[in-house]
Design a protein. Structure first.
Ligand code: NDP
Length: 324
């Protein structure tokens, strides 16, 4: 099969589109013939070696398609079923992916197309756990979310509104700000032109926000602590601008008894029950039009490097997909 592999960590040029053996499903595993593979910022960290892995490896962890073969002991799925997933240990930028059956989610393609399911799994479940579990938003809460027009960002804005919260977004360009507003953001700060700390304070009448959802990391973390109200929550869940340097914990005391957490999707989909709760919530909202998924770019699998260059170059909005 064709797949995109990394042999040496590096820039987008480190992605090699090449022929590799088609993987066989082992016991408890399922092989999926992919209709679309999701591109996520974590793939950039893996490509660059920020999260080191043994090379060579097939990049990617998200996708959707049809079950093509099942391993011993798999009863829940059979050939031809439509499925989606957000974790494929053997990689997902490929024509086929092998996934543990207990990480697969059934997809009703009459309600949600396979491509849309591929676009919604990882970022959708992330927005779900952030807004429903890490800091469960309620009416009366005021939240700040960075990179609001990104893949996670647009979904997070919509879910925050579903929970009845007020949400302020940040965005890098006026076009991105428009998309974040369309998704439901109450206010959007163009943080490439304005100081988001001052703007957030102004918007909240000096009160600050209950929670900051920060996926940008190095460039925004410190400012984020300054816009939290007393006992506010800093939810650091990414590092698109680079890792946050070590922090003196005393600062949390000085700034008002703040909380900081650094969660991952794996922590919030640890059991099958939790995985299905989040995935099925996301898919059902898409199916009944409560949640909109913006596919901001579709690339042939062979052009994964171009998708990476666009994502890292801050040129994208919503979700990027690769089509094998
Ligand atoms: P996005 O679509 O959000 O793309 C990244 C965005 O970050 C850019 O479009 C840009 O938006 C913003 N950004 C700010 N500074 C930079 C920079 N220096 N370089 C590149 N981008 C920058 O990506 P995803 O939705 O895939 O992921 C968003 C973040 O969430 C990532 O950090 C990712 O690692 C994290 N994540 C974490 C998960 C978890 O469970 N912990 C799960 C899923 C994602 P703008 O131009 O508007 O600033």
């Amino acid at each position: 099969m064709k797949a995109v592999r990394v042999h040496e960590p590096g820039g987008p040029e480190a992605l090699r589109y090449e022929e590799v053996p088609t993987p066989e499903p082992g016991p408890g595993e399922v092989r999926v013939r992919l209709e679309a593979c999701g591109v996520n910022f974590i793939d950039v960290y893996h490509r660059k070696g920020l999260y080191p892995r043994q090379t060579p490896f097939v990049l990617g962890q998200e996708g959707a398609g049809r079950v093509d073969a099942v391993g011993e002991g798999v009863e829940e799925f059979s050939e031809g079923d439509y499925v989606a997933f957000a974790s494929a240990p053997g990689g997902a930028y490929a024509e086929y992916a092998v996934v543990p059956a207990d990480r697969l989610v059934p997809v009703n393609v009459t309600l949600v197309e396979a491509r849309v399911a591929a676009a919604a799994m990882l970022q959708g479940m992330t927005a779900h756990y952030l807004t429903h579990s890490t800091f469960p938003l309620e009416e009366g809460h005021v939240a700040l979310a960075h990179a609001a027009a990104g893949g996670v960002g647009l979904l997070l804005i919509q879910m925050a509104k579903m929970r009845g919260a007020t949400i302020i977004g940040t965005a890098g360009t006026p076009e991105k700000a428009r998309l974040a507003r369309e998704a439901g953001a109450d206010e959007v700060i163009l943080y490439t032109e304005r100081d988001f700390v001052e703007e957030t304070r102004r918007i909240t009448g000096g009160q600050g926000v209950h929670v900051v959802y920060d996926s940008v990391g190095r460039a925004t973390f410190e400012g984020g602590l300054d816009v939290l109200r007393l006992r506010g929550y800093m939810v650091l869940f990414g590092q698109s601008s680079g890792p946050v340097p070590p922090v003196d914990l005393q600062i949390l005391n000085q700034k008002g008894g703040l909380f900081v957490t650094r969660p991952s999707l794996a922590h919030y989909t640890a059991t099958r029950e939790e995985l299905l709760w989040r995935a099925e919530s996301v898919l059902s909202w898409i199916g009944n039009n409560t949640l909109k998924v913006r596919i901001g770019g579709t690339y042939p699998l062979a052009e994964a490097a171009r998708a990476h260059a666009d994502l890292e170059g801050r040129r994208t909005t919503g979700k990027l997909l690769l089509i094998p």
